[in-house]
Write a new protein. Structure first.
Length: 445
């Protein structure tokens, strides 16, 4: 039997986040039961399972298949891993004729294939864009991961993120004192650079704006946080961050829908507590999709507006004191901006205003290729696979020739693409968020 490419969380680890491991003998029965539940709850899933004609159109559009050349990374073939089980237990033909009708029992081998190949899908949804029927196989991936997690089966990386989120309100597990200390460090950096006091308020009551960054912006991507703080300072906003939800990312969307709902509830509770009328999400692709599309659907109507920092920056960019940066830059379109979040022209408007030369990748916008690390595949043990998944992105960048800066306005992309570029020999290329450049272009006094 094949072995999954990632470390799977142990029983005591999944139990610590409320997912008791299902006994091996019970796993097939429970998986079928949970698929039956999703059949009733997710009509879109049934459309995806029942409509595909296996025309092959998605294969040539999938960076995962193109990078690995693995048959089961062909989107229709990956979805077929669930479709066969669905046919076996929920269609008359499958019940009567089994494999002769394209059906398959859910057994240990099937489970391992689910765990392997549904965790080599980046949920980028590019296949849906080119599918003649609009079939979104990312919906199948999300459903399969949800079922596996309900059995207590998930990558240790995902379990660790969920544990950190429950304990500290952020994926990196930063405690409140560390957040305060890092905020003071960034304030010192801005004071040394500009000679003025720009604050990063923390848990400030009666704030009009709640800003939700990625927790990595307090650790590895500090220029992104500094850029946002400079923008808010210039606009004179009454804003704050919350240590109870210092995380734009929402890994629940990537492995368990109830965990996603809990994260969205945490966002709503923080906005209520702080009195915010506007919630601004930081640079994170899937986090933006989860906040924009599912916050109200998961937990009910909210009395505040939810916007993205790039959309907010684009609204104000024409009236900001800017100096153009003397660089040649290109923009990577994160999948959940271009194909799920209505963030396509806004980052381009901002970038054109702050750099001397902006050049487009080919393809771009909603047709752009994924970084290869999306949907939470940032596990170190999957690095070789991630590099294969990132090959199309490296090809896109190398086709542009000499570049000074690659704009990657998503936290996962920021972690993935530097490794991809190094792997494929792209040297001396600076990379970072769009708000990094906004902060550098702003002229503040």
């Amino acid at each position: 039997m094949m072995k999954p490419p990632m470390h799977v969380a142990k029983a005591k680890e999944v139990e610590a986040i409320g997912f008791p491991l299902t006994a091996e003998s019970e796993q097939p029965f429970q998986a079928i039961s949970k698929l039956g539940h999703l059949k009733e709850e997710m009509r879109s899933l049934m459309v995806m399972l029942e409509t595909c004609t296996k025309c092959g159109k998605c294969a040539e559009q999938c960076h995962s298949y193109l990078g690995t050349q693995d048959y089961y990374n062909f989107p229709a073939a990956r979805a077929e891993l669930m479709r066969r089980v669905y046919k076996r237990y929920f269609t008359l033909q499958g019940k009567l004729f089994g494999r002769f009708a394209g059906a398959e029992d859910f057994d240990g081998e099937t489970l391992t294939k689910w765990l392997t190949y549904f965790y080599q899908c980046n949920e980028c949804r590019r296949c849906a864009l080119f599918c003649p029927f609009g079939i979104d196989t990312a919906e199948v991936t999300i459903a399969a991961r949800h079922i596996l997690s309900e059995l207590g089966i998930m990558p240790r990386f995902m379990q660790g993120v969920a544990a950190n989120m429950a304990k500290t309100g952020n994926n990196m597990g930063l405690p409140k004192l560390a957040v305060i200390d890092n905020a003071e460090f960034m304030e010192d950096e801005m004071r040394e650079e500009l000679g003025i006091d720009i604050k990063i308020p923390i848990d400030k009551p009666d704030s009009d704006v709640l800003y939700i960054p990625s927790s990595a912006d307090f650790f590895t991507n500090v220029d992104t946080m500094i850029g946002a703080a400079k923008l808010f300072y210039h606009l004179g906003l009454n804003w704050t961050i919350s240590t109870t939800v210092l995380e734009a990312a929402n890994f629940g969307l990537l492995f368990n829908l109830d965990v996603m709902k809990e994260h969205n509830r945490r966002l709503t509770d923080a906005a209520h507590t702080l009195g915010a009328k506007l919630v601004i999400q930081g640079e994170c692709g899937h986090g933006w999709r989860a906040a924009k599309m599912y916050t109200q659907g998961a937990n009910g109507p909210v009395p505040f507006q939810i916007r993205h920092i790039l959309d907010f920056a684009a609204e104000h960019i024409d009236h900001l004191p800017l100096q153009k940066l003397p660089i040649r830059a290109t923009l990577h379109d994160p999948c959940n901006y271009g194909r799920a979040g209505d963030l396509i022209e806004q980052p381009r408007k901002v970038l054109r205003a702050i750099v001397d030369e902006f050049v487009e990748m080919t393809p771009n916008r909603e047709e752009n290729f994924c970084c290869g690390g999306g949907s939470g595949l940032l596990m170190e043990e999957m690095k070789e696979i991630r590099m294969q998944l990132g090959k199309k992105k490296a090809d896109q960048v190398m086709a542009l020739g000499s570049l000074d800066y690659l704009v990657i306005p998503c936290s996962i992309c920021k972690a993935q693409l530097p490794a991809v570029m190094d792997y494929y020999g792209v040297k001396d290329l600076k990379m970072g968020g769009l708000m990094d450049l906004v902060g550098k272009a702003l002229v503040l006094k």
